[in-house]
Design a protein around this ligand. Sequence first.
Ligand code: MV4
Length: 463
Amino acid sequence: MINKVLIANRGEIALRIVRACREMGIKTLAVYSEADEQSLHVQLADEAICIGPAQPSESYLKSDRIISAAEISDVDAIHPGYGFLAENADFVEQCETCKINFIGPNSSVIRQMGDKALAIETVRKAGVPTVPGSEGVVDSVKEGLKAAEAIRYPVLIKAVAGGGGKGMRIARNRVAFAKEYDMARAEAEKAFGNSSVYLEKLVENARHIEFQILADKNGKTIHLGERDCSVQRRHQKLIEEAPSPFMTEELRQKMGADAIRGAQAAGYENAGTMEFLVDEGGNYYFIEMNTRIQVEHPVTEEVTETDLVKEQIRIAAGEPLQLEQSDIRINGHAIECRINAEDPSRNFAPSPGTINVYYPPGGHGVRVDSHIYGGYAIPPYYDSMIGKLITFGQNRENALDRMSRALSEFIISGIKSTIPFSKAIMQDPVFRSGKASTSFVEDFFSRSNLDAFVQSNHNLESL
Ligand code: MV4
Protein backbone atom coordinates (compact mmCIF):
# COMPACT_ATOMS: atom_id res chain seq x y z
CA MET A 1 0.00 0.00 0.00
CA ILE A 2 1.15 3.51 -0.75
CA ASN A 3 -0.36 6.03 1.67
CA LYS A 4 2.11 8.87 1.41
CA VAL A 5 4.46 9.94 -1.38
CA LEU A 6 7.51 12.18 -1.24
CA ILE A 7 7.82 14.25 -4.43
CA ALA A 8 11.52 14.63 -5.20
CA ASN A 9 11.08 17.37 -7.77
CA ARG A 10 9.78 20.89 -8.36
CA GLY A 11 7.80 22.93 -10.87
CA GLU A 12 5.01 21.66 -13.06
CA ILE A 13 5.81 17.95 -12.65
CA ALA A 14 5.72 18.20 -8.86
CA LEU A 15 2.27 19.76 -9.15
CA ARG A 16 1.23 17.05 -11.65
CA ILE A 17 2.18 14.39 -9.08
CA VAL A 18 0.36 16.21 -6.23
CA ARG A 19 -2.78 16.21 -8.38
CA ALA A 20 -2.61 12.48 -9.14
CA CYS A 21 -1.99 11.62 -5.48
CA ARG A 22 -4.86 13.79 -4.24
CA GLU A 23 -7.31 12.08 -6.58
CA MET A 24 -6.06 8.70 -5.31
CA GLY A 25 -6.40 9.69 -1.64
CA ILE A 26 -2.61 9.55 -1.16
CA LYS A 27 -0.89 12.12 1.09
CA THR A 28 1.99 14.12 -0.37
CA LEU A 29 5.22 15.51 1.01
CA ALA A 30 6.93 18.24 -1.00
CA VAL A 31 10.67 18.71 -0.54
CA TYR A 32 11.83 22.09 -1.76
CA SER A 33 14.80 24.40 -1.99
CA GLU A 34 14.98 27.84 -0.40
CA ALA A 35 14.23 29.31 -3.85
CA ASP A 36 10.96 27.38 -4.17
CA GLU A 37 9.14 28.26 -0.97
CA GLN A 38 6.51 30.19 -2.97
CA SER A 39 6.06 27.46 -5.55
CA LEU A 40 2.55 26.14 -6.03
CA HIS A 41 3.43 22.49 -5.38
CA VAL A 42 4.77 23.45 -1.94
CA GLN A 43 1.51 25.21 -1.13
CA LEU A 44 -0.67 22.38 -2.46
CA ALA A 45 1.16 19.39 -0.93
CA ASP A 46 -0.06 18.11 2.44
CA GLU A 47 3.37 18.61 4.01
CA ALA A 48 6.58 20.32 2.95
CA ILE A 49 10.19 20.17 4.08
CA CYS A 50 12.96 22.53 3.00
CA ILE A 51 16.01 20.48 2.00
CA GLY A 52 18.57 23.19 1.28
CA PRO A 53 19.73 26.16 -0.77
CA ALA A 54 18.64 27.02 -4.32
CA GLN A 55 21.48 25.29 -6.20
CA PRO A 56 20.25 21.84 -7.29
CA SER A 57 23.52 20.29 -6.07
CA GLU A 58 22.60 21.56 -2.56
CA SER A 59 18.95 20.44 -2.58
CA TYR A 60 17.16 18.49 -5.33
CA LEU A 61 20.28 16.43 -6.05
CA LYS A 62 21.19 15.78 -2.39
CA SER A 63 19.98 12.21 -2.08
CA ASP A 64 20.86 11.93 1.63
CA ARG A 65 18.61 14.85 2.52
CA ILE A 66 15.76 13.49 0.45
CA ILE A 67 16.06 10.04 2.06
CA SER A 68 16.20 11.69 5.52
CA ALA A 69 13.06 13.70 4.75
CA ALA A 70 11.36 10.46 3.67
CA GLU A 71 12.37 8.64 6.85
CA ILE A 72 11.33 11.32 9.35
CA SER A 73 8.01 11.81 7.54
CA ASP A 74 7.09 8.15 7.30
CA VAL A 75 6.48 8.15 3.53
CA ASP A 76 5.99 4.86 1.68
CA ALA A 77 7.28 5.93 -1.71
CA ILE A 78 9.26 8.56 -3.63
CA HIS A 79 8.16 9.89 -7.00
CA PRO A 80 11.20 11.39 -8.77
CA GLY A 81 9.44 13.19 -11.66
CA TYR A 82 11.91 13.83 -14.53
CA GLY A 83 15.45 15.22 -14.40
CA PHE A 84 17.28 15.58 -11.05
CA LEU A 85 17.52 12.06 -9.52
CA ALA A 86 14.92 10.36 -11.74
CA GLU A 87 17.46 8.25 -13.64
CA ASN A 88 20.18 8.11 -11.01
CA ALA A 89 20.80 4.42 -10.29
CA ASP A 90 22.80 5.18 -7.12
CA PHE A 91 19.87 7.11 -5.65
CA VAL A 92 17.44 4.33 -6.53
CA GLU A 93 19.81 1.83 -4.91
CA GLN A 94 19.78 3.98 -1.77
CA CYS A 95 15.96 3.87 -1.79
CA GLU A 96 16.11 0.09 -2.14
CA THR A 97 18.52 -0.23 0.79
CA CYS A 98 16.27 1.98 2.94
CA LYS A 99 13.15 0.06 1.90
CA ILE A 100 11.52 3.13 0.35
CA ASN A 101 9.43 2.34 -2.69
CA PHE A 102 10.92 4.20 -5.68
CA ILE A 103 8.16 4.92 -8.21
CA GLY A 104 10.01 3.73 -11.30
CA PRO A 105 12.09 0.76 -12.43
CA ASN A 106 14.72 -0.85 -10.18
CA SER A 107 18.29 0.40 -9.94
CA SER A 108 19.83 -2.31 -12.11
CA VAL A 109 17.47 -1.61 -15.04
CA ILE A 110 18.19 2.12 -14.71
CA ARG A 111 21.92 1.43 -14.71
CA GLN A 112 21.66 -0.86 -17.71
CA MET A 113 19.52 1.48 -19.84
CA GLY A 114 21.55 4.49 -18.67
CA ASP A 115 24.52 2.99 -20.52
CA LYS A 116 23.29 3.81 -24.01
CA ALA A 117 25.60 1.29 -25.74
CA LEU A 118 24.45 -1.46 -23.38
CA ALA A 119 20.80 -0.47 -23.87
CA ILE A 120 21.20 -0.82 -27.64
CA GLU A 121 22.92 -4.19 -27.22
CA THR A 122 20.12 -5.40 -24.92
CA VAL A 123 17.28 -4.60 -27.31
CA ARG A 124 19.26 -5.63 -30.42
CA LYS A 125 19.68 -9.13 -28.98
CA ALA A 126 15.90 -9.24 -28.57
CA GLY A 127 15.50 -8.58 -32.30
CA VAL A 128 14.66 -4.86 -32.17
CA PRO A 129 16.16 -2.93 -35.13
CA THR A 130 19.00 -0.56 -34.17
CA VAL A 131 21.07 1.92 -36.20
CA PRO A 132 24.13 0.36 -37.87
CA GLY A 133 26.96 1.23 -35.52
CA SER A 134 30.01 0.18 -33.56
CA GLU A 135 29.68 -2.90 -31.41
CA GLY A 136 29.68 -1.12 -28.08
CA VAL A 137 32.24 1.38 -26.87
CA VAL A 138 35.01 2.73 -29.15
CA ASP A 139 38.21 3.19 -27.15
CA SER A 140 40.58 4.80 -29.64
CA VAL A 141 40.70 6.85 -32.86
CA LYS A 142 42.16 3.82 -34.62
CA GLU A 143 39.32 1.55 -33.55
CA GLY A 144 36.81 4.31 -34.39
CA LEU A 145 38.20 4.81 -37.90
CA LYS A 146 37.87 1.10 -38.55
CA ALA A 147 34.29 1.00 -37.26
CA ALA A 148 33.33 4.19 -39.17
CA GLU A 149 34.73 2.69 -42.40
CA ALA A 150 32.43 -0.32 -41.96
CA ILE A 151 29.38 1.80 -41.05
CA ARG A 152 30.23 4.31 -43.85
CA TYR A 153 30.22 8.07 -43.32
CA PRO A 154 28.62 10.25 -42.10
CA VAL A 155 28.70 8.82 -38.57
CA LEU A 156 27.52 10.17 -35.25
CA ILE A 157 29.73 9.87 -32.19
CA LYS A 158 27.52 9.52 -29.11
CA ALA A 159 28.29 9.46 -25.39
CA VAL A 160 27.51 6.19 -23.61
CA ALA A 161 26.33 8.20 -20.58
CA GLY A 162 24.50 10.66 -22.83
CA GLY A 163 21.02 10.66 -24.16
CA GLY A 164 19.27 13.77 -25.28
CA GLY A 165 22.12 14.70 -27.61
CA LYS A 166 24.81 15.96 -25.23
CA GLY A 167 28.31 15.03 -26.28
CA MET A 168 27.08 14.11 -29.77
CA ARG A 169 29.29 14.97 -32.78
CA ILE A 170 29.03 14.30 -36.51
CA ALA A 171 32.01 13.05 -38.49
CA ARG A 172 31.38 13.35 -42.23
CA ASN A 173 34.63 11.75 -43.38
CA ARG A 174 37.81 10.08 -42.09
CA VAL A 175 39.73 13.37 -42.05
CA ALA A 176 37.20 14.91 -39.65
CA PHE A 177 36.91 11.82 -37.49
CA ALA A 178 39.85 12.21 -35.08
CA LYS A 179 38.95 15.79 -34.18
CA GLU A 180 35.25 15.06 -33.66
CA TYR A 181 36.09 11.93 -31.70
CA ASP A 182 38.30 13.89 -29.30
CA MET A 183 35.68 16.65 -28.98
CA ALA A 184 32.91 14.14 -28.25
CA ARG A 185 35.02 12.45 -25.55
CA ALA A 186 35.93 15.77 -23.94
CA GLU A 187 32.29 16.95 -23.98
CA ALA A 188 31.13 13.63 -22.52
CA GLU A 189 33.77 13.76 -19.77
CA LYS A 190 32.74 17.30 -18.86
CA ALA A 191 28.99 16.64 -18.93
CA PHE A 192 28.85 13.15 -17.40
CA GLY A 193 32.27 12.38 -15.90
CA ASN A 194 32.39 9.50 -18.38
CA SER A 195 34.22 9.89 -21.69
CA SER A 196 33.08 6.59 -23.27
CA VAL A 197 31.56 6.95 -26.74
CA TYR A 198 30.05 4.70 -29.44
CA LEU A 199 29.29 5.23 -33.12
CA GLU A 200 26.10 5.19 -35.15
CA LYS A 201 25.41 5.85 -38.79
CA LEU A 202 23.83 9.30 -39.14
CA VAL A 203 20.19 8.87 -40.13
CA GLU A 204 19.32 12.07 -42.01
CA ASN A 205 15.90 13.73 -42.15
CA ALA A 206 14.63 11.27 -39.61
CA ARG A 207 11.62 11.62 -37.38
CA HIS A 208 11.96 11.16 -33.68
CA ILE A 209 9.16 8.83 -32.61
CA GLU A 210 8.90 7.38 -29.13
CA PHE A 211 6.62 4.69 -27.69
CA GLN A 212 5.10 4.91 -24.23
CA ILE A 213 5.39 1.65 -22.28
CA LEU A 214 3.72 0.46 -19.09
CA ALA A 215 4.97 -2.70 -17.38
CA ASP A 216 3.77 -4.16 -14.10
CA LYS A 217 5.69 -6.25 -11.57
CA ASN A 218 4.38 -9.47 -13.14
CA GLY A 219 6.07 -8.69 -16.45
CA LYS A 220 2.86 -7.69 -18.21
CA THR A 221 3.91 -4.99 -20.67
CA ILE A 222 1.76 -2.86 -22.96
CA HIS A 223 2.35 0.19 -25.15
CA LEU A 224 0.19 3.31 -25.36
CA GLY A 225 1.13 4.32 -28.86
CA GLU A 226 3.67 6.86 -29.98
CA ARG A 227 4.58 10.52 -29.65
CA ASP A 228 6.27 12.49 -32.41
CA CYS A 229 8.99 14.77 -31.04
CA SER A 230 10.70 15.80 -34.25
CA VAL A 231 10.48 19.54 -33.51
CA GLN A 232 13.53 20.16 -31.33
CA ARG A 233 16.03 22.97 -30.97
CA ARG A 234 19.47 21.98 -29.73
CA HIS A 235 17.99 18.72 -28.49
CA GLN A 236 15.38 20.53 -26.46
CA LYS A 237 11.97 19.42 -27.57
CA LEU A 238 9.64 22.32 -28.32
CA ILE A 239 6.49 20.66 -29.63
CA GLU A 240 5.28 17.10 -29.23
CA GLU A 241 2.22 15.36 -30.54
CA ALA A 242 0.32 12.11 -30.45
CA PRO A 243 -0.30 10.25 -32.66
CA SER A 244 2.57 10.89 -35.10
CA PRO A 245 1.23 12.35 -38.37
CA PHE A 246 3.56 9.88 -40.08
CA MET A 247 2.19 6.76 -38.38
CA THR A 248 0.05 4.05 -39.95
CA GLU A 249 -1.81 1.40 -37.94
CA GLU A 250 0.41 -1.26 -39.49
CA LEU A 251 3.67 0.49 -38.52
CA ARG A 252 2.31 1.23 -35.03
CA GLN A 253 1.63 -2.44 -34.43
CA LYS A 254 5.09 -3.42 -35.62
CA MET A 255 6.97 -0.72 -33.70
CA GLY A 256 4.76 -1.19 -30.64
CA ALA A 257 5.50 -4.91 -30.56
CA ASP A 258 9.24 -4.17 -30.83
CA ALA A 259 9.03 -1.52 -28.10
CA ILE A 260 7.40 -4.07 -25.79
CA ARG A 261 9.94 -6.76 -26.70
CA GLY A 262 12.84 -4.39 -26.00
CA ALA A 263 11.41 -3.32 -22.64
CA GLN A 264 10.80 -6.92 -21.63
CA ALA A 265 14.34 -7.90 -22.63
CA ALA A 266 15.58 -5.28 -20.17
CA GLY A 267 13.32 -6.63 -17.42
CA TYR A 268 11.56 -3.29 -17.42
CA GLU A 269 8.96 -2.29 -14.86
CA ASN A 270 6.84 0.89 -14.48
CA ALA A 271 6.40 3.63 -17.12
CA GLY A 272 9.13 4.04 -19.73
CA THR A 273 9.77 5.31 -23.24
CA MET A 274 11.44 3.60 -26.18
CA GLU A 275 12.91 6.19 -28.58
CA PHE A 276 13.24 5.47 -32.27
CA LEU A 277 14.43 7.26 -35.38
CA VAL A 278 12.18 6.67 -38.38
CA ASP A 279 13.49 7.42 -41.87
CA GLU A 280 11.55 8.52 -44.93
CA GLY A 281 11.07 4.91 -46.02
CA GLY A 282 9.44 3.95 -42.71
CA ASN A 283 12.53 2.05 -41.54
CA TYR A 284 12.91 2.47 -37.80
CA TYR A 285 15.78 2.12 -35.38
CA PHE A 286 15.83 2.05 -31.59
CA ILE A 287 18.19 4.74 -30.23
CA GLU A 288 17.63 4.88 -26.47
CA MET A 289 15.26 4.22 -23.60
CA ASN A 290 14.09 6.75 -21.00
CA THR A 291 13.34 5.16 -17.66
CA ARG A 292 11.24 8.04 -16.30
CA ILE A 293 7.92 9.82 -16.78
CA GLN A 294 8.59 12.29 -19.59
CA VAL A 295 7.74 15.95 -19.97
CA GLU A 296 5.54 15.14 -22.97
CA HIS A 297 3.50 12.36 -21.31
CA PRO A 298 0.24 14.42 -21.40
CA VAL A 299 -0.24 14.03 -25.16
CA THR A 300 -0.37 10.26 -24.67
CA GLU A 301 -2.80 10.70 -21.76
CA GLU A 302 -5.11 12.79 -23.93
CA VAL A 303 -5.34 10.34 -26.83
CA THR A 304 -5.51 7.16 -24.72
CA GLU A 305 -7.64 8.51 -21.84
CA THR A 306 -5.19 7.21 -19.24
CA ASP A 307 -3.45 8.84 -16.28
CA LEU A 308 0.17 7.78 -16.55
CA VAL A 309 1.21 9.10 -13.14
CA LYS A 310 -1.58 7.14 -11.44
CA GLU A 311 -0.53 4.05 -13.41
CA GLN A 312 3.05 4.56 -12.20
CA ILE A 313 1.89 4.68 -8.58
CA ARG A 314 -0.36 1.61 -8.93
CA ILE A 315 2.47 -0.37 -10.52
CA ALA A 316 4.90 0.65 -7.76
CA ALA A 317 2.29 -0.46 -5.19
CA GLY A 318 2.41 -3.92 -6.78
CA GLU A 319 -0.99 -3.79 -8.44
CA PRO A 320 -1.33 -5.73 -11.70
CA LEU A 321 -2.05 -3.62 -14.80
CA GLN A 322 -5.79 -3.45 -15.35
CA LEU A 323 -5.31 -2.38 -18.96
CA GLU A 324 -4.99 -4.89 -21.79
CA GLN A 325 -3.22 -4.01 -25.05
CA SER A 326 -6.58 -4.41 -26.78
CA ASP A 327 -8.09 -1.74 -24.45
CA ILE A 328 -5.69 0.86 -25.83
CA ARG A 329 -7.32 2.86 -28.60
CA ILE A 330 -5.79 6.02 -30.02
CA ASN A 331 -8.60 8.56 -30.17
CA GLY A 332 -8.21 12.03 -31.66
CA HIS A 333 -5.05 14.12 -31.65
CA ALA A 334 -3.10 16.01 -28.98
CA ILE A 335 -0.35 18.66 -29.28
CA GLU A 336 1.90 20.01 -26.56
CA CYS A 337 3.83 23.27 -26.66
CA ARG A 338 6.43 23.73 -23.97
CA ILE A 339 6.32 27.21 -22.47
CA ASN A 340 9.83 28.36 -21.58
CA ALA A 341 10.87 31.56 -19.83
CA GLU A 342 13.24 32.37 -22.70
CA ASP A 343 13.62 35.18 -25.20
CA PRO A 344 13.40 33.74 -28.75
CA SER A 345 14.66 37.03 -30.19
CA ARG A 346 17.81 36.77 -28.09
CA ASN A 347 18.80 33.25 -29.09
CA PHE A 348 16.47 31.76 -26.46
CA ALA A 349 18.35 33.33 -23.55
CA PRO A 350 16.76 32.51 -20.17
CA SER A 351 14.34 35.19 -19.00
CA PRO A 352 13.67 34.68 -15.29
CA GLY A 353 11.82 37.31 -13.29
CA THR A 354 8.48 38.07 -11.68
CA ILE A 355 5.28 37.29 -13.54
CA ASN A 356 2.99 40.24 -13.56
CA VAL A 357 -0.23 39.21 -15.27
CA TYR A 358 -0.96 35.52 -15.76
CA TYR A 359 -3.98 34.57 -17.82
CA PRO A 360 -3.96 30.93 -18.94
CA PRO A 361 -6.21 29.81 -21.81
CA GLY A 362 -9.16 27.52 -21.23
CA GLY A 363 -12.16 26.08 -22.98
CA HIS A 364 -12.88 22.71 -24.51
CA GLY A 365 -9.85 20.55 -25.21
CA VAL A 366 -7.31 22.81 -23.49
CA ARG A 367 -5.00 21.64 -20.68
CA VAL A 368 -2.38 23.77 -18.91
CA ASP A 369 0.17 21.99 -16.71
CA SER A 370 2.03 24.75 -14.89
CA HIS A 371 3.06 25.81 -11.41
CA ILE A 372 3.18 29.53 -12.15
CA TYR A 373 0.72 32.27 -11.15
CA GLY A 374 0.46 36.08 -11.19
CA GLY A 375 3.07 37.50 -8.80
CA TYR A 376 5.24 34.36 -8.92
CA ALA A 377 8.98 34.99 -9.25
CA ILE A 378 10.67 32.48 -11.58
CA PRO A 379 13.96 31.57 -9.90
CA PRO A 380 17.06 31.70 -12.12
CA TYR A 381 18.55 28.44 -10.83
CA TYR A 382 16.54 25.85 -12.76
CA ASP A 383 15.40 24.73 -16.18
CA SER A 384 13.55 27.49 -18.02
CA MET A 385 10.41 25.43 -18.70
CA ILE A 386 7.55 27.08 -16.78
CA GLY A 387 4.65 25.10 -18.12
CA LYS A 388 3.06 23.11 -20.90
CA LEU A 389 0.04 23.87 -23.01
CA ILE A 390 -1.74 20.81 -24.37
CA THR A 391 -4.67 20.85 -26.77
CA PHE A 392 -6.85 17.97 -27.90
CA GLY A 393 -8.98 17.71 -31.02
CA GLN A 394 -10.84 15.07 -32.99
CA ASN A 395 -8.08 15.24 -35.60
CA ARG A 396 -4.74 16.97 -36.09
CA GLU A 397 -6.18 20.04 -37.77
CA ASN A 398 -8.65 20.60 -34.91
CA ALA A 399 -5.88 20.20 -32.34
CA LEU A 400 -3.64 22.66 -34.23
CA ASP A 401 -6.41 25.25 -34.63
CA ARG A 402 -7.18 24.91 -30.95
CA MET A 403 -3.47 25.33 -30.09
CA SER A 404 -3.26 28.53 -32.17
CA ARG A 405 -6.35 29.86 -30.44
CA ALA A 406 -5.12 28.88 -26.95
CA LEU A 407 -1.66 30.40 -27.57
CA SER A 408 -3.25 33.63 -28.73
CA GLU A 409 -5.20 34.04 -25.48
CA PHE A 410 -2.29 33.01 -23.22
CA ILE A 411 -0.95 36.03 -21.33
CA ILE A 412 2.24 35.85 -19.27
CA SER A 413 3.56 39.36 -18.72
CA GLY A 414 6.71 40.51 -16.93
CA ILE A 415 8.98 37.96 -18.59
CA LYS A 416 9.75 36.79 -22.14
CA SER A 417 8.38 33.41 -23.18
CA THR A 418 8.39 31.05 -26.14
CA ILE A 419 4.64 31.55 -26.69
CA PRO A 420 5.08 33.80 -29.80
CA PHE A 421 7.58 31.34 -31.25
CA SER A 422 5.16 28.41 -30.85
CA LYS A 423 2.40 30.52 -32.37
CA ALA A 424 4.55 31.12 -35.46
CA ILE A 425 5.29 27.39 -35.80
CA MET A 426 1.55 26.59 -35.64
CA GLN A 427 1.06 28.79 -38.74
CA ASP A 428 3.98 27.26 -40.62
CA PRO A 429 2.95 25.33 -43.76
CA VAL A 430 5.59 22.60 -43.34
CA PHE A 431 4.62 21.98 -39.72
CA ARG A 432 0.93 22.04 -40.61
CA SER A 433 1.52 19.52 -43.39
CA GLY A 434 2.81 17.06 -40.78
CA LYS A 435 6.09 16.60 -42.62
CA ALA A 436 8.42 18.28 -40.14
CA SER A 437 11.50 16.10 -39.54
CA THR A 438 14.52 16.67 -37.33
CA SER A 439 15.75 19.38 -39.69
CA PHE A 440 12.52 21.33 -39.19
CA VAL A 441 13.57 24.03 -36.72
CA GLU A 442 16.65 24.82 -38.79
CA ASP A 443 14.59 25.07 -42.00
CA PHE A 444 11.93 27.06 -40.20
CA PHE A 445 14.43 29.74 -39.21
CA SER A 446 15.74 30.06 -42.75
CA ARG A 447 12.20 30.24 -44.20
CA SER A 448 10.68 32.65 -41.74
CA ASN A 449 11.32 36.31 -41.00
CA LEU A 450 12.45 35.16 -37.57
CA ASP A 451 16.00 34.54 -38.83
CA ALA A 452 17.37 36.79 -36.14
CA PHE A 453 16.08 34.38 -33.51
CA VAL A 454 18.96 32.00 -33.83
CA GLN A 455 22.55 32.55 -34.85
CA SER A 456 24.57 29.46 -34.27
CA ASN A 457 27.35 27.50 -35.86
CA HIS A 458 27.03 24.43 -33.70
CA ASN A 459 27.92 21.44 -35.80
CA LEU A 460 24.66 19.60 -35.05
CA GLU A 461 22.33 22.39 -36.17
CA SER A 462 22.42 20.96 -39.68
CA LEU A 463 20.70 17.69 -38.64
C1 MV4 B 1 20.43 10.56 -34.13
C2 MV4 B 1 20.17 11.32 -35.27
C3 MV4 B 1 20.55 10.80 -36.50
N1 MV4 B 1 21.18 9.61 -36.58
N2 MV4 B 1 21.05 9.37 -34.25
C4 MV4 B 1 19.54 11.71 -30.34
C5 MV4 B 1 19.16 12.50 -29.17
C6 MV4 B 1 18.12 13.40 -29.69
N3 MV4 B 1 17.96 14.56 -28.89
C7 MV4 B 1 18.61 13.70 -31.07
N4 MV4 B 1 19.21 12.55 -31.48
C8 MV4 B 1 19.50 12.20 -32.74
N5 MV4 B 1 20.10 10.99 -32.90
C9 MV4 B 1 21.42 8.92 -35.46
N6 MV4 B 1 22.07 7.75 -35.57
C10 MV4 B 1 19.57 12.56 -35.12
C11 MV4 B 1 19.24 13.02 -33.86
C12 MV4 B 1 18.74 14.37 -33.82
C13 MV4 B 1 17.42 14.70 -33.77
C14 MV4 B 1 16.45 13.71 -33.68
C15 MV4 B 1 15.13 14.06 -33.60
C16 MV4 B 1 14.76 15.42 -33.63
C17 MV4 B 1 15.70 16.40 -33.75
C18 MV4 B 1 17.04 16.06 -33.79
C19 MV4 B 1 17.95 17.08 -33.87
C20 MV4 B 1 19.24 16.73 -33.89
C21 MV4 B 1 19.64 15.40 -33.86
